[in-house]
Design a protein around this ligand. Structure first.
Ligand SMILES: [Mg+2]
Length: 206
């Protein structure tokens, strides 16, 4: 049985500090356009420009991951621009995932709104590396759900990759191997976890 590697998303695969300003700038630009439409009394133009953003916002707050594939095309017209997500993938992610895909079963262990996390995987293009049934997303603190996840996995050889020390600490209570990716150079990693400075370092272990 191949080992299973479960990756965190935020700050492990995707740089949220890059993604958030890209979305922010897009919205700012859109607000300027909307302001101009109001100023010119162009209500039809206002409605057309506002609708996709409102739709994207609605999905972000109320949408479900299950309806994501149906809504994908409409979301792309709002602030869910696929290139924002692609441009926010850490440069070491794709080469590492490509390499590991043949050596292990890859999955996700992430926290946050499921709809948003799933959209990050799809729009970034990373989704293809992961096995659908091993994509686990829990709000708000995933580590408390570790046992539930481990019970669903067919292999006893399970590895986690995460950037957060508090998450790693809980994971280590479950007799699994944990890689902590150090994205900020100063983040501590708990004793027992394997600290890596680039995802590419994982290749040495598989
Ligand atoms: Mg993270």
């Amino acid at each position: 049985m191949r080992p299973i590697i479960l990756f965190d998303i935020d700050h492990t695969l995707i740089n949220n500090r890059k993604l958030a300003p890209l979305i922010g700038r897009h919205l700012l630009m859109k607000f300027k356009i909307l302001g101009r439409k109001i100023f010119n009394g162009d209500w039809e133009g206002f409605r057309t420009a506002f609708k996709p953003e409102l739709y994207a916002l609605g999905y972000l707050i109320l949408g479900s991951a299950e309806e994501f594939s149906k809504r994908k095309g409409v979301l792309e017209r709002g602030f869910f621009k696929p290139h924002f997500f692609r441009d926010s993938v850490f440069s070491d992610a794709v080469p590492t995932l490509k390499y590991l895909k043949d050596k292990a079963i890859l999955g996700i262990f992430s926290q946050g709104p499921r709809s948003f996390q799933i959209s990050k995987l799809t729009f970034s293009g990373l989704e293809k590396f992961f096995e659908k049934r091993y994509i686990f997303v829990f709000p708000p603190f995933k580590a408390t759900r570790t046992k539930e996840v481990l019970d669903k996995l067919p292999s006893k050889k399970v590895y986690f990759v995460d950037d957060r020390e508090d998450v790693a600490r809980v994971l280590l209570n479950h007799k699994v191997k944990v890689f902590t990716i150090n994205r900020d150079n100063d983040s501590p990693s708990p004793a027992g976890s394997i600290k890596v400075s680039s995802l590419e370092d994982l290749k040495k272990f598989f």
